[in-house]
Design a binder for this molecule. Structure first.
Ligand code: ADP
Ligand code: ZN
Length: 743
């Protein structure tokens, strides 16, 4: 018998090993093995086991046959059960193929580092038990020992280390008690439990509202069906989606199966975990990079053995090794953080859908603002759809007001950061002792040029996308087709010479704000602040406890935060994310505006939202006023169809980076040419262009975009071209299939 084995060193190929007779039963696909490799012994995973192997005899450089080297044998198999279940291995093979990544990289993303680590094993510690009968005592005990023994009897034993701490005694004393036969010391596996020391209040299923009940019925039907069609749950914030998930999970648990709940990394808070632990208790396992290595190791094995059947975690939890999976929930399925930003660049939502198909289990995708891809799939009938449009608490939606900043600029004679309306509203909250959130979705690189007077944005006619302003050579470039033009000296529409307006950052806004309201206590939250450890929690803590009046921040304050005493949300400039050189700019802006608006009026006081913009006519801004997802989606999809972008076309983005710009450009051009040479009709390949973020960490970045109707038109030429292109050691290529951020 011969096993095809993938090994930890990334070489993107399988190696053959003989399976010794004694390992035959356990050398199954997914098993973790130790194998000789060169002069070392390394770890690998069995991918396939075959009886015989066809080997074309290898040839040397001159084409002469050389004798094949004899196969080496597998040395040992790690663990009682295979580390990768059959379906997960199948999933990873699909993933490696689809995302053009090596299989061993896919396996690395599926197994947490503490599980992959060679010496990883459960932790054993001494446990103190009381013997059944108090009978025969050994040597006589000292008074001190008798005193401690009495105390141990009172608490009925426990972990030795904890007893030593609590009773102020030494481990030697316990050992003496054990020798005397007064207690029994035995090693036991200590579960390192991330939920320990947390009081979890048990909850019971709530009586559902009609829309929830209908959604749950659809979800249950899917769990019972053999066919797997994902269910898209379109539910406004506070419509009770989580309660639907909880009851669907209860349904599969009753069938003896398990469930995975994916949440965006940023939403994986103790509160989120508690909602699941409150319902399902110790059956819940958490997989999270913030856990200690020991906790991650133990949680993973609790899942693998079937002890924990509800897994809550970020994108990598989609690979959780549940033996019998019944349901995968992807909450906030539109979140860009589901896309992994290193190889393999998989999208956890799409991997979840594929796993559902492989394991024949139900998949629920939930969001108030679904991704266009998911929405289109629901429109086309590939996904089922359930709508929930009532809020559970019947609280009115906050009033949303759009402020046209062009008018403000005209009134003042120059560009304004704050409109009178927003300033008045902030002043009003300050005097009432209520809190405000100000939101600035600024991203610090490539920007569009907006005319502060008329709102005109220079746009590429062919691609219907804003040109990106390149400061280095002061020109405008289209990042989709490569067209470029000089920066006009005045606005082509209204002739205003102040055309080069590019916005402002959080720090400047904070300074202006402080000047307007000297008495206000302001907290700022952005990437600069959170770079310092713990300061993130400090800023949020100060705001939550009312020690600050205004919270100013970037998109990181948009999501999931629940502050009941916030009655005003201000969006300082909605345009900033609108004109990024990314075809999803409109979609992102709508999602962000809908989400920040949800931050206002969560308590008993009604909320107000003020959105400042230079382009009040943009569909994303108009739709934000009414939070009407479906109208926005219809317009957005029509636009995507006309310019030939996802979800109607498939897209892959290649980014090549290196320290010398000329060489990066040259290799990128060569790569583009090679792809074209292998391409069939229907594949569009852009020229190699400087990336929107043209330079990062001292490296120059060039991009190529590939578009076609199906992935099958993209992958083969891409793989061939990459295989033929030997990159110098100081250059790196990132392949991003279904890219969600084109940076
Ligand atoms: P979503 O996930 O859609 O934002 P949640 O599931 O978090 O909404 O629900 C919001 C709040 O409403 C939660 O506090 C939840 O306990 C409560 N809730 C949900 N469903 C019901 C129900 N049927 N009856 C009463 N309260 C509910
Ligand atoms: Zn263009």
């Amino acid at each position: 018998m011969i096993a095809h084995v993938t090994v930890d060193v990334a070489v993107d190929r399988l190696f053959d090993y003989l399976v010794p007779d004694c390992l035959r039963d356990r050398a199954v696909p997914g098993a973790r093995v130790r194998v000789p490799f060169g002069r070392r012994t390394i770890t690998g995973y069995v991918v396939e086991v075959v009886d015989q192997v066809d080997r074309t005899d290898p040839t040397d450089l001159l084409g002469m046959a050389i004798a094949p080297r004899p196969l080496k044998s597998i040395l040992s198999i790690v663990g009682a059960d295979p580390f990768l279940t059959g379906p997960v291995l199948k999933l990873l093979q699909w993933l490696a193929d689809y995302y053009c990544a090596p299989l061993e990289a896919a396996i690395r993303s599926a197994l947490p580092a503490p599980v992959r680590a060679a010496g990883a094993r459960p932790k054993e510690q001494l446990f103190v038990e009381l013997p059944d009968r108090k009978g025969t005592m050994g040597p006589k005990l000292t008074p001190r020992q008798i005193e401690i023994l009495a105390q141990i009897r009172q608490v009925n034993g426990g972990w030795a280390a904890a007893l030593c701490r609590e009773l102020c005694c030494t481990p030697e004393l316990l050992r003496k008690l054990a020798t005397a036969g007064a207690i029994v010391l035995e090693p036991r596996v200590l579960r390192r439990d991330p939920l320990a020391n947390r009081t979890v209040l048990p909850t019971r299923p709530l009586l559902l509202m009609p829309e929830q009940a209908a959604a749950l019925a659809q979800a249950k039907a899917l769990c019972d069906a053999a066919e797997s069609r994902p269910l898209l749950l379109l539910g406004v914030t506070n419509s009770g989606k989580t309660e639907v998930y909880l009851q669907a999970i209860a349904h599969v648990l009753a069938q003896g199966r398990g469930a995975i709940v994916l949440v965006p990394e940023i939403a994986l808070t103790p509160q989120t975990v508690q909602r699941f632990a409150g319902r399902f208790g110790s059956q819940v396992a958490v997989l999270h990079s913030a856990l200690s290595d020991g906790e991650r190791h133990d949680e993973w094995h609790r899942i693998r053995t079937g002890e924990a059947r509800v897994v809550v975690g970020p994108r990598s939890a989609v690979f959780a090794p549940l033996p019998r999976l019944g349901l995968i929930v992807v909450d906030e399925e539109h979140e860009p953080s589901y896309k992994q930003d290193e190889a393999p660049r998989y999208h956890a939502r799409d991997v979840a859908v594929m796993r559902g198909r492989i394991e024949r289990c139900a998949v629920i995708l939930g969001s108030a603002t679904p991704a266009m891809e998911s929405w289109q799939n629901a429109q086309a009938g590939k996904y089922l759809l359930a709508r929930m449009s009532c809020r559970v608490d019947n609280r009115p939606r906050p009033a949303v007001r759009i402020v046209d900043m062009r008018i403000e600029a005209a009134k003042a004679g120059h560009v304004q950061v704050f409109s009178t309306a927003l300033l008045d509203a902030i002043q009003d909250r300050l005097s009432q002792g209520e809190q405000s959130i100000l939101f600035l979705n600024r991203r610090g690189y490539a920007a569009a040029l907006i005319c502060p007077r008329c709102g005109h944005v220079e746009t590429c006619e062919a691609c219907n996308q804003a040109f990106t302003y390149h400061q280095a050579d002061t020109c405008l470039r289209c990042h989709t087709c490569g067209a470029f033009r000089q920066v006009p000296t005045a606005c082509p529409d209204c002739g205003d010479p102040a055309f080069k307006y590019q916005g402002f950052g959080t720090q400047r806004v904070e300074a202006i704000l402080q000047k307007c309201f000297p008495q206000a206590r302001i907290g700022r939250l952005d990437a600069d602040i959170t770079a310092r450890r713990h300061s993130h929690d400090e800023v949020l803590g100060a705001f939550r406890t009312g020690r600050t009046d205004i919270l100013l921040g970037t998109q990181m304050i948009a999501k999931g935060l629940h502050f009941p005493s916030v009655t005003l949300v201000g969006v300082v400039a909605a345009d900033m994310s609108l004109h990024l050189p990314d075809f999803r700019a409109g979609e992102r802006t709508f999602q962000l505006l809908a989400q920040v608006s949800g931050r206002a009026g969560r308590g008993d006081l009604p909320g107000e939202v003020i959105i400042q913009t230079y382009t009040p006519g943009h569909p994303a801004v108009i739709a934000a006023e009414t939070a009407d997802f479906e109208t926005f989606a219809a317009a957005e999809l029509a636009d995507r169809r006309s310019i030939g972008f996802p979800p109607f076309m498939k897209l892959a983005c290649l980014t090549l980076r290196g320290p010398a710009e000329a060489r990066v450009a040259m290799f990128a051009c060569k790569l583009a040419e090679r792809i074209l040479a292998h391409a069939a009709a229907g594949l569009s390949v852009t020229d190699a262009l400087p990336a929107p973020r043209a330079k990062a960490k001292g490296e120059f970045r060039y991009q190529i975009l590939l578009r076609a109707a199906t992935m099958r038109q993209i992958q083969p030429p891409l793989r061939q071209a990459v295989a033929e292109t030997k990159l110098p050691a100081d250059m790196a290529l990132a392949i991003d299939v279904d890219a969600v951020n084109i940076l």
